[in-house]
Design a protein around this ligand. Structure first.
Ligand code: SF4
Ligand code: SF4
Length: 346
């Protein structure tokens, strides 16, 4: 059973304290594991979609970067391209967005090349995949500090360490694999024919008109259209997609992305919104901030985040997608049992 170290809100929450807390948490994980940092330890982050306001700001990572630099580890922000058209589809646009969002202190590395073509094939013996396609630069690292923002997610139910590891580290082809079979449809009665989805779709799969529809043969299931539709007219048959094991495919990719690494996982449970940071619009948090968590085990970390959320809200908040924990455990990604150790800052 791995410990999950936790800095709880509402203690002091000024920027300096949060940076310090993240630094201390990472230090605690390294010391518990008796690890010394590798010579290069990038931070896997999410730069936030253009127009999103609830992604974890670049300055929150300063404490972790300070700690790594003090240990003489070279560091960087590392991320992979997304499936859908927008500001994070190519290395050039993605890097520019990262810089605009303040990720300038250390270099930005886009792990899967200019448009997702640079990948490493990692063999696993999963139910869905025998080989997973992970961004090459991520696959090449011995150690990564995988930083995630804990929040809801349209498809996965919730997003935390496992989602950041599985989906977030996959190259474009790997992301496509995980979305396999998940295709949205448009409810023409709800569609206002605004055209926002049309602009977002890189596959030319959408037809707007009196009977707006999506061409299933062209659609790759990236869900970009769903993220931008202001009328909630783009829908998913959730039961069908859950049957297809979306979360389980993420867990198999998490196994591949973690293979052979000594990763540290840090989760920022702030600005907990219903949807994820790929949504380019302002969203309201659904519960007060919880704090920062860190562990060497992404399964334990996600379980602890969900437990803390439920406790804070007094109810079960993200009901869907929790079976990823059991499936990831069965694959050996981590364990659901954990011990929560709270840290305080004087
Ligand atoms: S129609 Fe399909 S490919 Fe186009 S944006 Fe929507 S999900 Fe992506
Ligand atoms: S974004 Fe939504 S409302 Fe606008 S055209 Fe597409 S489906 Fe219709």
């Amino acid at each position: 059973m791995e410990p999950v170290f936790f800095y709880a809100m509402p203690h002091q929450n000024d920027l300096n304290t949060l940076q310090n807390a993240a630094r201390l948490l990472v230090d605690r994980v390294f010391r518990y594991k008796q690890w010394t940092p590798a010579s290069r330890v990038p931070l896997k982050v999410h730069f936030g979609e253009h127009g999103n306001h609830t992604f974890i700001p670049a300055s929150y990572y300063d404490g972790i970067i300070d700690w790594l630099e003090a240990q003489h580890a070279e560091t960087a922000f590392i991320e992979s391209n997304v499936l859908y058209g927008g500001h994070r589809t190519t290395r050039k646009a993605h890097t520019e967005l990262a810089h605009r969002h303040g990720f300038t202190r250390v270099p930005v590395w886009i792990a899967d090349g200019e448009a997702g073509e640079d990948m490493a094939d990692i063999d696993i013996n999963g139910r869905y995949f025998k080989t997973c396609h992970v961004g090459r630069l991520i696959a090449e690292q011995e150690q990564i500090v995988v930083c995630s923002h804990f929040k809801g997610h349209l498809m996965a139910g919730f997003g935390g360490a496992l989602k950041q590891l599985g989906m977030g580290c996959a190259a474009r082809r790997g992301k496509l694999d995980q979305h396999m079979g998940v295709k949205p449809f448009i409810n023409p009665l709800q569609c206002k024919q605004c055209g926002a989805c049309l602009k977002k779709c890189a596959e030319d799969a959408i037809h707007i008109g009196r009977w707006s529809r999506i061409d299933r043969n062209k659609c790759v299931g990236c869900l970009g259209c769903m993220a931008v539709c202001p009328s909630n007219a783009v829908m998913i048959n959730w039961l069908r997609s859950l049957d297809k094991g979306f979360s389980e495919r993420i867990a198999e990719y998490a196994l591949a992305a973690q293979q052979g690494k000594r990763n540290v996982y840090v989760t920022f449970a702030f600005n907990i919104t219903r949807q994820c940071d790929c949504v380019g619009q302002r969203m309201k948090p659904i519960v007060p901030d919880l704090g920062i968590l860190a562990s060497a085990d992404p399964v334990a970390l996600d379980r602890a985040s969900l437990d803390l959320l439920d406790k804070r809200a007094g109810r079960r908040v993200f009901g869907r997608g929790r079976h990823i924990l059991a499936y990831a455990e069965s694959l050996g990604v981590g364990e659901r049992e954990y011990e929560l150790e709270e840290i305080k800052i004087n």
